[in-house]
Design a protein around this ligand. Structure first.
Ligand SMILES: Nc1ncnc2c1ncn2[C@@H]1O[C@H](COP(=O)(O)OP(=O)(O)OP(=O)(O)O)[C@@H](O)[C@H]1O
Length: 160
């Protein structure tokens, strides 16, 4: 079946909403991501700091989504106990754990050392890094929009 680009994007987006809606850990990752991105706007970040934070957040969310997809695939195949089902789910959960540990490392190595430079004036430094700042603002808006859509879809307007 041939799908338009808009349809493909829509399915992908609702896949993200589904993970957010059904996975408790995903809600925690999203809130933490929004919090860290907001905080970073007021820290004396350079371009590399932005990159590390951005990739750490993306990695956690991506692995959580792959974990959700693997769980759904395994459950589609069997609801009974199976050694291979356990391996598939445990390995996928291990990937999320590794990504989460990586993000804790980024928090301590990148964010904590910059905390003492916290200032509302740092918000105006974002013009020094126009590309990174743009990425950061797009990421923040995307996370917020997804979160708001999640709230709306809970009211019965979503695809699921
Ligand atoms: N069909 C199965 N056969 C064997 N073990 C299973 C099976 N389903 C789940 N398990 C075991 O139970 C654990 C939890 O599985 P479950 O599907 O409940 O994931 P979950 O608790 O929803 O995970 P998450 O918190 O990542 O959403 C798995 O990691 C696995 O060890």
């Amino acid at each position: 079946m041939r799908r338009s680009l808009k349809e493909s994007f829509s399915y992908a987006f609702w896949g993200l909403i589904y993970s957010l809606r059904t996975q408790r850990n995903m809600k925690i990752h999203f809130l933490a991501g929004i919090g860290v991105l907001t905080l970073s706007l007021f820290l004396p970040f350079n371009g590399y700091d932005y990159l590390f934070v951005f990739f750490a957040i993306a990695l956690v969310i991506i692995t959580e989504m792959i974990n959700t997809a693997i769980e759904a695939t395994v459950d589609l195949f069997t609801k009974d106990y199976h050694r291979l089902a356990k391996i598939a789910k445990d390995v996928a959960a291990g990937a999320v754990l590794l990504a989460a540990i990586n993000s804790i490392g980024v928090f301590f190595l990148v964010i904590i050392p910059k905390i003492k430079g916290f200032s509302y004036l740092n918000f105006y430094r974002i013009k020094l890094y126009p590309f990174h700042s743009l990425l950061l603002l797009i990421g923040l808006l995307f996370l917020l929009y997804t979160f708001i859509s999640y709230g709306r879809s809970r009211g019965g307007k979503g695809h699921f």
